[in-house]
Design a protein around this ligand. Structure first.
Ligand SMILES: C[S@@+](CC[C@H](N)C(=O)[O-])C[C@H]1O[C@@H](n2cnc3c(N)ncnc32)[C@H](O)[C@@H]1O
Length: 298
């Protein structure tokens, strides 16, 4: 079982941050986004959604799928990446631990015949999901975009073993996650607990630990892509800009002009969201964002 935090109250309107993100245009993807330098001014005005789609595209591209392949999308959220895999001709099974996310995914992609969805814990997979047997060696690809930080250390180890078991020889896992540059306990970075409390997780994996765990599960040495700057550092710059504006009355008015939904925030909400955004900004300087391409040997 996943030993991450209690996730049942994450990703919903109980959290001021998620309410704000929805007003800023977060729709269905729930990742941080991939920001290039020339597009930063666009991000200020357009909000994060186009950049979240870009991160999803980059992550999916690492899978190098072919039509007809069977793919597990672990921690699929509201199903966008699963549906994109189906649109590329794959048979895609999206699993997520939160029933509300899977309800959304099913409703949104009811007509997308190649995309199936099931509630399941990616760290302890059932025998079948959405009628598809999760049998040893039966999948060509496994994809996991920004979900494994929820799993806890033992959950991440289990997920790597589960992925290895599911994949056929020559199959591939693409794992994209927030990682730590050191073994330093996460609570020392997030001393207020605001980041862990928002996303409901307990820790993140040291960057160098994943390849060791993957090797222990049987994977070949990974290709590693460091996306810290385009994801965390640039999102951090946007956080700093948002927190700066949201700290002043004029700044709040400007934000409300651009995103009228923010008018529903109380003064207390604004103060809370500034504290949460600043906490994210602070840990973004001490964390990494990493894509691991892990192949199961032939
Ligand atoms: C940051 S969101 C990313 C969602 C999606 N991959 C995306 O890019 O929009 C993390 C997702 O992981 C899911 N999740 C967390 N723990 C999980 C677990 N043990 N098994 C399956 N899904 C899990 C959450 O419910 C959430 O939908």
């Amino acid at each position: 079982m996943s030993d991450g935090g209690d996730i049942s109250s994450a990703y919903n309107e109980d959290s001021v941050l998620f309410r704000v993100l929805r007003h800023l245009g977060w729709e269905n993807l729930a990742n941080i986004g991939y920001f290039t330098l020339p597009t930063m001014p666009v991000a200020v005005l357009a909000g994060p959604a186009p950049f979240q789609r870009r991160l999803a595209r980059r992550s999916l591209a690492l899978l190098q799928t072919r039509p007809g392949q069977l793919v597990l999308d672990a921690g699929c959220g509201r199903g966008d990446t699963t549906a994109q895999l189906a649109a590329a001709g794959c048979r895609a099974v999206g699993v997520d631990i939160q029933p509300a996310q899977i309800d959304h995914a099913r409703r949104r992609f009811v007509r997308c015949t190649g995309a199936l969805f099931a509630v399941a814990d990616a760290t302890a997979l059932p025998r079948q999901a959405a009628g598809v047997p999760l049998a040893d060696g039966s999948f060509d690809r496994v994809h996991c975009l920004e979900a494994a930080f929820h799993f806890g250390h033992e959950g991440r180890r289990s997920f790597l073993h589960e992925s290895f078991r599911l994949l056929r020889p020559g199959g591939r896992l693409v794992l994209v996650d927030v990682t730590s540059p050191t073994e330093q306990p996460f609570e020392t970075l997030d001393s207020t607990g605001l980041v862990r409390g928002t996303w409901r997780f307990t820790d993140i994996e040291p960057y160098a630990q994943y390849p060791l765990m993957a090797s222990a599960a049987g994977f070949a040495p990974p290709r590693i892509l460091d996306w810290t700057t385009p994801v965390l550092h640039r999102a951090g710059q946007l956080c700093a800009l948002f927190a700066g504006l949201a700290s002043t009355r004029v700044g709040r008015q400007a934000l409300c002009l651009r995103w009228p939904g923010l008018r529903t925030l109380s003064a207390r909400d604004w103060d809370h969201v500034v504290a949460v955004v600043r906490a994210h900004r602070a840990i973004g300087r001490d964390t990494r964002y990493t894509a691991y391409v892990l192949n199961k040997p032939d």
